[in-house]
Write a protein that binds this ligand. Structure first.
Ligand code: AKG
Length: 179
């Protein structure tokens, strides 16, 4: 319905989301690479798996058991946040339909810094990440717990390489695992 912009599912995921979860698993495996831990003596004796998702998370069962589908009209986005602690580490977001820029900003230290500090939250650096339709965002560890993510689609804000992005309706699918 036009008035609905969010749907959630907890527990067993619908078959299309299970298929998506399997695709994410396969995509992570296919871009994981083995590198020697000691590049000086790279005789293949000690290899380390470098993966965008830690392997203990990748092989957990189920990989995800909670999903949110968000629908955003042009101009709509999501405020800076860290996902709730009721969700385990290891979060995946699939971004669909409209290109956009997601910004990451570091969480303030406990106790905060004075607002006059040059590194106050207002001055804190935001890291932009461009998302094509079909982009997959994987957040684990520091990225999941110590960085907030947000999408500001106000007119004039969604800039990439000097050009304003043409906004359309955007859908995202967020997959997480309950604690
Ligand atoms: C959330 O639902 O918590 C999100 O961060 C969604 C982000 C997105 O729409 O890409």
């Amino acid at each position: 319905e036009a008035s609905h912009n969010q749907a959630m599912r907890f527990g067993e995921l619908p078959s299309w989301a299970m298929a998506l979860s399997d695709s994410i698993h396969d995509a992570v495996l296919s871009c994981s690479i083995h590198v020697p831990t000691d590049l000086e003596s790279c005789n293949g004796r000690r290899n380390e798996l470098v993966s965008p998702f830690p392997s203990d998370l990748l092989w957990r069962q189920p990989l995800f058991d909670q999903l949110i589908a968000n629908l955003y009209h042009p101009g709509e986005g999501i405020c800076a946040h860290v996902d709730l602690m009721r969700f385990e580490d290891g979060i995946a977001i699939v971004s669909l339909e409209s290109p956009c820029v997601m910004h990451f900003s570091q969480v303030e230290a406990e106790g905060g810094e004075s607002s006059s500090s040059s590194s106050s939250s207002a001055n804190r650096k935001k890291i932009p990440v461009y998302l094509n339709p079909g982009s997959l965002i994987l957040m684990s560890g520091e990225a999941r717990y110590e960085w907030k993510h947000e999408i500001n689609r106000n007119p004039g804000v969604q800039m990439w390489e000097g050009h304003e992005l043409q906004q359309a309706t955007r859908t995202s699918i967020t997959l997480r695992k309950l604690r």
